[in-house]
Design a protein around this ligand. Structure first.
Ligand SMILES: Cc1cc2nc3c(=O)[nH]c(=O)nc-3n(C[C@H](O)[C@H](O)[C@H](O)COP(=O)(O)OP(=O)(O)OC[C@H]3O[C@@H](n4cnc5c(N)ncnc54)[C@H](O)[C@@H]3O)c2cc1C
Length: 422
């Protein structure tokens, strides 16, 4: 069985969230599908997502929850495969879930249930999954796509011990098994790129999708880490590093986008949901404004009294964590005790400008913003306008969700859009 050629209707590269759903749905439509994954197991990011419980969608999903150079692009796919569609699939597999906050849906038990569900859908539809398979080359000619791989091939077989999955709820009659280590060639008229972004390289993230786009002269919006903790600049590092562990409810504003959630001080900078959200809109050199007292008129009581003292202002800040309030007052006293001086103090509390020194980078970024320029793709099918038969889905595309289940919803919606097209 040297250098075998496998012929399919579609080859899907990457068995993450988008690749798995796309493979299952297209195989259910009768397509012969090969799903090729570089890692030794499927859906590694699903497994670590949502703190191990996978925040798999958000009930309030709307196009406004996504960032893209082409903001309208996501609308069509999001409308045709909604949170309700994915919830129906989750219910079909009897996975218990709950709403945590702000429409965020999590598994009650474990993210493994989502990978098992997708794997089951793939198996039952007859998807051929090839794990631990490295792509050496992709060639496109008049007959379609040829993908050359170096691999430990994994092909469907009856009754064999599963490879890489160690039996998590598998149907033994549909188990996958390791056949041999070899070079193979896959051929298909359709090729779907679902290889994700650059976030968390130690989990196997690769630049494959972007490299392939370059090979086909498809434009890319420069990728950047998003939903990522921010680093202090040198001065803030000196002033605030000792506050590591302090958390405050704030409104963080970056490029006119505001998020009211928790902000967390770390040893090197700022994190917490408010900052992660703001980070996706932040660009090098720009400020992020922090409202430390959302909805409060902190100095109101001082303005109506003549007892305008350091003690009174400390008392007015008692809604903030003590360590932070104390540091804040070391660095920010009212310039005078007049109403104008108090107004300046109040203003800074509501719009503290932070100039981050940078981000924690892809090692800590939950997603990669930027990616395949959506103007290159059909919003209905995710197919390349230049190269018929070539599709890009999921995080590799320049569509990035807010925190809260939106990135998975984009993976599901874009996967569904492509799966209907070939
Ligand atoms: C720690 C963490 C927690 C997260 N939690 C949530 C959450 O709770 N809710 C949410 O909505 N989003 C969450 N996300 C984001 C979410 O995981 C991603 O947006 C989503 O997984 C993207 O799906 P995808 O299929 O496009 O890419 P991925 O899930 O990254 O899948 C890409 C697949 O392609 C494979 N691959 C890469 N290169 C190659 C190659 N050259 N050849 C073959 N295969 C390759 C990878 O191994 C991987 O299996 C989280 C991300 C992280 C890092």
């Amino acid at each position: 069985m040297n250098n075998p050629t496998h012929s399919y209707d579609a080859i899907i590269l990457g068995a993450g969230a988008a690749g798995l759903l796309c493979a299952a749905e297209s195989a259910q439509r009768g397509r012969r599908v090969a799903l090729i994954e570089r890692a030794d197991r499927i859906g590694k990011k699903i497994l670590i997502s949502g703190g191990g419980r996978c925040n798999f969608t958000n009930l309030h999903c709307a196009p406004d929850n996504f960032i893209s150079e082409n903001p309208d692009f996501a609308r069509s796919a999001l409308t045709r495969y909604t949170p309700a569609d994915f919830i129906a699939l989750v219910r079909k597999h009897r996975i218990a879930f709950h709403e945590k906050t702000l429409g965020q849906l999590f598994c009650d038990d474990s993210a493994t249930q989502i990978t098992t569900m997708l794997e089951t859908e793939c198996r039952q539809a007859g998807v051929h999954l090839f794990l631990d398979t490295h792509i050496a080359e992709v060639v496109h000619d008049s007959t379609g796509f040829r993908v050359r791989t170096n691999s430990s091939d994994v092909v469907p077989s009856l009754g064999a011990a599963p490879f890489g999955f160690k039996g998590a709820g598998l149907d033994p009659n549909l188990a996958l098994t390791n056949v041999s280590s070899q070079t193979s060639e896959f051929r298909a008229p359709s090729l779907v790129v679902a290889t994700g972004g650059l976030s968390i390289p130690k989990m196997g993230a690769t630049s494959f999708g972007y490299d392939l786009a370059r090979q086909f002269k498809i434009k890319i919006i420069p990728p950047r880490p998003a939903l990522v903790p921010l680093l202090f600049n040198a001065a803030d590092q000196k002033n605030f590093a000792e506050l590591a562990g302090v958390s405050i409810e704030v409104i963080a504003t970056s490029n006119d986008h505001s998020f009211r959630e928790a902000m967390l001080f770390t040893h090197r900078g700022l994190s917490g949901p408010a900052i992660l959200q703001a980070s996706s809109y932040w660009r090098e050199g720009q400020p992020i404004y922090i409202d430390l007292a959302p909805g409060r008129d902190v100095t109101a009581s001082l303005r109506t009294t003549t007892a305008r003292t350091a003690i009174a202002i400390r008392a007015a800040l008692n809604f903030l964590p003590k360590r932070f309030a104390s540091r804040w007052l070391d660095l920010n006293t009212p310039p005078s005790w007049t109403n104008a001086g108090l107004a300046t103090f109040e203003k800074t509390l509501h719009a503290w400008p932070i100039f981050p020194g940078g981000t924690e980078g892809y090692a800590k970024a939950e997603v990669t913003a930027g990616g395949i320029d959506t103007r290159e793709l059909s919003s209905k099918t995710m197919e390349s306008r230049k190269i018929p038969g070539l599709y890009f889905i999921g995080e590799v595309v320049d569509v990035t969700g807010h925190l809260g289940g939106f990135n998975f919803q984009w993976a599901w919606s874009s996967a569904h859009a492509a799966a209907q097209a070939f």
